[in-house]
Design a protein around this ligand. Structure first.
Ligand SMILES: [Zn+2]
Length: 339
């Protein structure tokens, strides 16, 4: 049984490849964070090892069970930001990580029929590491399947991309997220509606946020901080840039998520300026958005959205986080600052 929701276009394609024995050795799973890339990767690892035969994974056999529990010896996950063994958090997938995992998969599978390596956050692979992986992608051993998970495929080496079959996971319609939360996770309809809207079609995020109220609280805190920084003077803005730069050094993904939150906020400001309130993302902050929008000119909003995109791009290309974020703060138009 596939545990991936709202990605029927991909499931149909994979089931056909599985039953006809036409699977690729390497797949690139692309889509926004929490859209279901990891769930699909785990399902695919189950499908190629399932004891019930070709097609959708049964989910119940010894192979499927051990894979979903994360204890299967032939399914390995290399991820950025993980800190499972109490060691330092990995911010880049380096050449040693790639070499070590490839050394292991070049051996015969221990307990299943196929080894699967999942690189989560493949855009954070160093160039050296990507080149090391390239050799395996060019001449993949029969018993190995490589899955690269990325939300920004442009950050991958084109040579790596071109050797993977691409699977694009799309955000799910809001109503589908809401009905899934209500029917399968017993969410209260109002709460489901709110999470469905904020999740932007990423069911995994909505399910996590339902189970863990701290996720919503953290979002509220980030939004409060964002609006405070918009009103603050330069020294507070710089101290915010420094905080975010330190977050970036520890955990790139959460710093990126903060910048995406900024981006959504400023897109909302543009929508308010254009009188298109019905498309707002932060419908719970309409009053504040309206107030802020009256203090800005459209050109300022557009320019700052550009700056945010440039900052994200610079960070993906290994710019100094502190400099990139300080520059962003310099470009932030003043809102309600007494000058
Ligand atoms: Zn199975």
């Amino acid at each position: 049984m596939w545990q991936v929701y709202g990605q029927d276009h991909i499931i149909r394609q994979l089931e056909a490849s599985l039953t006809e024995g036409r699977l690729a050795h390497a797949y690139l799973l692309v889509g926004p964070p929490h859209v279901g890339k990891m769930a699909l990767a785990i399902n695919l690892a189950q499908a190629v090892n399932c004891l019930e035969g070709a097609g959708a994974p049964c989910g119940n056999c010894a192979q499927c069970t051990r894979i979903s529990q994360g204890i299967h010896a032939d399914v390995r996950v290399v991820a950025v930001g993980s800190n499972e063994e109490g060691g330092p958090t990995r911010t880049v997938i380096g050449i040693d990580d790639v070499k070590e995992v490839l050394r292991q998969v070049n051996l015969k599978p221990f307990e299943g029929s196929r080894s699967v390596v999942i690189f989560d956050g493949a855009e954070s692979m160093s160039e050296e590491a990507a080149n090391a992986l390239l050799k395996t992608l060019e001449e993949p051993p029969d018993q190995v399947m490589i899955l690269l998970l990325a939300h920004d495929e442009d950050a991958l080496l084109p040579t790596v991309r071109s050797r993977c079959r691409r699977l694009l996971l799309r955000p799910v319609a809001k109503d589908l997220v809401v009905s899934k939360l209500v029917n399968d996770y017993q969410a209260d309809p109002d709460q489901a509606e709110n999470l469905g809207r904020i999740s932007r079609g990423c069911l995994g995020w909505a399910v996590d946020a339902l189970a863990n109220p701290e996720i919503l609280e953290e979002r509220e805190n980030q939004l409060a901080r964002l609006s405070e920084v918009c009103r603050a003077g330069l020294s507070d803005r710089f101290s915010y840039a420094n905080d975010l730069a330190s977050t970036f050094s520890r955990d790139r993904e959460s710093a990126r998520q903060v910048l995406y939150l900024w981006l959504r906020w400023w897109r909302d400001l543009l929508l308010v300026k254009e009188g298109a309130d019905e498309y707002l993302h932060h419908t719970d902050c309409t009053e504040e958005l309206r107030l802020q929008a009256t203090q800005l000119r459209t050109v300022q909003v557009v320019n700052f959205i550009k700056s945010l995109n440039q900052t994200l791009e610079a960070l993906d290309h290994n710019a100094s986080p502190r400099l990139a974020l300080e520059l962003l703060m310099l470009n932030l138009p003043g809102v309600g600052i007494a000058t």
